[in-house]
Structure formats: C-alpha cells, structure tokens
Design a protein around this ligand. Structure first.
Ligand SMILES: [Cu+2]
Length: 273
C-alpha cells in the first residue's frame, strides 16, 4: 500500500528515485513502457467502440484513476519505494517552484512554445519524444502564456457539488461535479491546467510531459476527497446503467479490463497524504 505525497513534500531521494524510475520505464524496450502510456492516451482520446472512455465523459475520472495506477505499478516494478506524487496547483503556482525545479520536473520552455531547458527532461538526448502528435522530439512547455491555474475557492465549489454527473454525460453536461472537474463547465479544474502548462501538455500526447501524471494525480486526489465527503459506494457514480455509449458503473474500462465499480474505492491500493 502506497502513500501519495505532494511533490512539494518529497525528499531529494524521493525525487531522484521517481525520475530514475520514469526514465527506466521510458528505456524499457517493449510491453507497457512509458511510450505505451503515451500511445494509449492518444488512442483513447477519441471514441473507441462507440465509447468515450477517457475524456468528455462520466468515465473521465475512473479511466484516469486506473491509468495512473497502472503507471504507478510499472514504476514500482522498477523501484518498489516509488509512489506517484501529486502537483497541488492551488498551492504551488510558480513556474520555478515545486514541481518545476531542476532536480525534478524541470522548468519552463524557452521563448513562446519552446523546449524545456532545465532539469532531467530537458532536451531529446535526456528525454526523447517518440510517440507524438507533432514532430518535436524534445519536451516543450509554454507556462503562463495562456489561461490561469484554478484557485482554492474554485476547488471548494466543485467539492460541494453532490451529484457525480448528469445527462447527456459529456462535455455538454450543464450540472454535476465531473464536468466541472474535467473542464466542460466552469470553473474547469482539469483542462485549464493542461492549457496553462502548454507545450506537450496542451496536446493529445500530453503524457509525454511527466508532469501530466502529477497533475492527474491531483485530480484523482480531489475526486478521492469528494468521495470521502459524499461516498465511495457504487451508487455515488453515475450513470448507474442503461445509457448507450456511456461507461456505466458495471461496464469495463478499456483497455484495462476492469469495471468502474472496481476502481471507485482506491483505499486498498493507495492513499493520499
Ligand atoms: Cu488531463
């Protein structure tokens, strides 16, 4: 059982262990290596078998929860001490503070939408982009050029919405927690962080930036906080069943082969500090 900590609270060893495990996963020749996770996110960006598994759908939160857990397990197979850290963007809002330090995720891109110039993921010799929507082979960021980071009061507002999701269960849902968390509805917690970081994070191949996993870990932590308040049970997830092309609580999340119901209570696998 792992404990996921804030990136701002990691020790020097925890940071270097995490970076080393991520790089070892990237260097793995085949199977579920780092680039498999990038490709899977791209493949599931749009509809697969008439279902929007990963985005603009009720299953946005459970799909990414399982996706993160599979990456964390792949990192643990390399180093069992590693846990996924989260980037609390309501508290850590600087382009030079945690997690964007030169001993961890590295800093901003140069110029407009340029290559990252500091840290362990700067330049294609250290971190080569292999699976991508664009031709750039080095990691890019464009922090602060567009949008803004959500505030604590934005988060508190979303935590207070007791209904998980509402019809039509997509980016047009005009009520419910999920669309406010994902981004189709104000205050838009998740999408705007992708846009704020920019570069690869603003593209379908966003997992090429390792900070993707820290961002989504925080989104998962917020869902967990919401579940603590409103319930981890299956009845709290909507839709409950019978809605065509929407992943309901008893349907399987592909490509992982597990049901939504099986990922709702994560406390047997990991907890948040
Ligand atoms: Cu995302």
């Amino acid at each position: 059982m792992g404990t996921r900590k804030s990136a701002a609270a990691l020790t020097a060893t925890e940071k270097s262990d995490f970076v080393a495990a991520v790089k070892a996963l990237k260097a793995k020749a085949d199977g579920r290596n780092y680039d498999w996770f990038v490709r899977t996110h791209m493949d599931y960006f749009s509809t697969v078998d008439s279902h929007n598994y990963a985005h603009q759908s009720s299953s946005f939160l459970p799909w990414h929860r399982r996706y993160l857990l599979e990456l964390e397990n792949a990192l643990k197979a390399i180093n069992p001490a590693v846990n996924l850290p989260y980037w609390n963007w309501t508290a850590n809002r600087s382009t030079t503070g945690a997690p964007f330090t030169s001993d961890f995720m590295g800093g901003n891109g140069s110029g407009g939408n340029g290559p990252v110039t500091s840290g362990p993921f700067a330049g294609s010799a250290q971190w080569r982009i292999n699976v991508s929507a664009t031709t750039s082979t080095s990691l890019r960021r464009a922090m602060t050029l567009r949008g803004s980071l959500p505030t604590t009061s934005d988060v508190d507002g979303v935590m207070g919405v007791s209904t998980y999701d509402t019809s039509p269960w997509n980016s047009s849902s005009s009520s419910g927690m999920r669309n406010r968390m994902e981004g189709g509805l104000s205050p838009n917690l998740h999408n705007r962080v992708h846009v704020w970081v920019g570069g690869h994070m603003a593209q379908v191949d966003s997992p090429n930036d390792p900070v993707f996993f820290l961002h989504h870990c925080h989104v998962d932590r917020l869902w967990s906080r919401w579940q603590e308040r409103w319930g981890f049970d299956s009845a709290r997830y909507l839709p409950g069943g019978g809605v065509a092309n929407v992943v309901d609580v008893d349907e399987v999340l592909q490509p992982f082969g597990v049901t939504v119901a099986s990922v709702l209570d994560h406390r047997g696998s990991y907890t948040y500090a």
